[in-house]
Write a protein that binds this ligand. Structure first.
Ligand SMILES: C[S@@+](CC[C@H](N)C(=O)[O-])C[C@H]1O[C@@H](n2cnc3c(N)ncnc32)[C@H](O)[C@@H]1O
Length: 228
């Protein structure tokens, strides 16, 4: 099942009130650690950073903690952005929130030193275009981190199926607005595995592509550098 961009945006507008709680519950709180690792893998002190598909802002906040001087969070869901704004209203000097489309980033070429995307690339309608856009707005040598659920091989596969096909949609049903979580299993299943995403990153103009598998290889952290 692939949802049209408008349907994805509407879905996240509806999920926004329960999004953070669902993240903590679904990952037993590990999601914050993964975001910290993603931020620390690419952000250097003083960087100007883009967090694309920023949602409620947790990865953008992690970028700031990792040393960024200025972080721009971009998302097309106004309700997700409203949550991010509320959480960070005392940090408007270093954090800005922009409503926009990851497939047509409203920034000039080579604007950022680093970019992060947390659990966001899985939902974009044209992944290759999204990666090329991220490459375009990074300066040469700028670094990208993509944190995403991936498809594990081996012993964890049955557990993964049980979790995403049964437990997560069931959890979603008991939370207001959470019924949209029934979409999660399909979005994970149709997303490329870690090797394929690495190839797509290279094709989009990233070098030094590396993958770190987390949580028994259920989550992948890809990093790369915009080719000079
Ligand atoms: C699963 S949430 C991830 C939020 C956040 N990055 C995090 O780490 O929790 C995915 C986000 O991607 C956003 N999104 C999906 N496609 C997008 C697009 N084409 N442009 C901008 N935002 C998009 C959704 O609105 C949603 O907030």
């Amino acid at each position: 099942m692939t949802l049209a961009p408008d349907a994805v945006r509407t879905m996240f507008d509806r999920i926004a009130p329960v999004y953070d709680v669902m993240n903590r519950v679904m990952t037993a709180g590990l999601d914050m650690r993964w975001r910290r690792l993603a931020a620390e893998s690419v952000v250097r002190t003083g960087d100007r950073v883009l967090d694309a598909a920023c949602g409620t802002g947790d990865l953008a906040i992690a970028d700031l903690k990792a040393g960024a001087a200025q972080v721009t969070g971009l998302d097309f869901s106004e309700n997700m952005l409203a949550r991010a704004r509320k959480k960070t209203r005392r940090r408007t000097d270093v954090l800005e929130w922009v409503q926009g489309d990851m497939l047509a980033l409203p920034f000039a070429d080579e604007t950022f030193d680093a970019a992060t995307v947390g659990f966001g690339v899985r939902n974009v309608a044209d992944l290759e275009l999204g990666l090329r856009e991220l490459r375009r707005v990074l300066r040469p040598g700028g670094r990208l981190a993509i944190l995403e659920i991936t498809q594990p091989r081996g012993v964890l596969r049955p557990f993964f199926s049980l979790w995403f096909d049964r437990v997560v949609p069931a959890l979603g049903k008991v939370l207001p607005g959470g019924s949209a979580y029934s979409y999660l299993p399909a979005s994970v299943r149709r997303f490329p595995d870690a090797e394929t995403l690495s190839s797509l990153l290279r094709a989009a103009g990233f070098g030094d592509v590396q993958v770190r598998l987390l949580a028994g290889s259920i989550v992948a952290l890809h990093t790369g550098s915009a080719a000079e």
